[in-house]
Design a protein. Structure first.
Length: 182
């Protein structure tokens, strides 16, 4: 028997362990994938995901349903992953091919012949402050107000880092393109 989604959340607010387990089982795979894109390996991703669920259940009373529960939880997973990266000073991990959705305005046009692997590699070579903003904007699809909230920087700083990161990424891809004879 399937419990209505909001019913599960209401039960979680009352610290119902079975409801928490149901919610966990419903979202753990997707949230692991989010964490994995930020962390270096599966163990770190697992740790970040578990920590995020603990935080989510502790502050589930603050979930008011303005966004989907998945979107609310994803933000907690991203915050937790970034906090873990900052504290461990880990290198930002490569992104999965399936999640690289380069925005299609003219500024983001990539020359033909440059592979997803080369784009991922170029993003990974950027200084971390550019890498984080580019990844949150291009891959996760967050806007500048969300990025400023996630990274605890101003929107102006987010825009500036995105523009600088984009410029560095294009320069890097141009060198890749020229260096490989495309």
């Amino acid at each position: 028997m399937k419990i209505h989604h909001l019913g599960i959340i209401e039960k979680c607010k009352k610290h119902d362990r079975r409801a928490q387990l149901k919610l966990y089982n419903q979202y753990c795979d997707a949230m692991y994938n989010v964490a994995y894109r930020f962390m270096k390996n599966s163990q770190d991703a697992e740790d970040a995901m578990q920590e995020a669920f603990i935080k989510a259940f502790k502050k589930i009373d603050s979930y008011k349903g303005e966004v989907t529960f998945g979107a609310w939880l994803k933000k907690i997973v991203i915050h937790t992953s970034i906090d873990m990266l900052k504290s461990a000073k880990l290198k930002f991990a490569d992104v999965d091919d399936n999640y690289l959705n380069v925005v299609s305005d003219d500024d983001w046009e990539i020359e033909d012949g440059i592979s997803i692997e080369e784009i991922k590699s170029a993003i990974a070579q950027l200084p971390q402050k550019y890498e984080l903003v580019l990844s949150l904007f291009l891959i996760e699809g967050y806007d500048h107000s969300e990025i400023s909230s996630i990274l605890d920087i101003s929107e102006v700083n987010s825009r500036t880092q995105l523009l600088r990161g984009k410029k560095k990424l294009k320069e890097s891809l141009k060198q890749t393109s020229n260096g490989t004879g495309y």
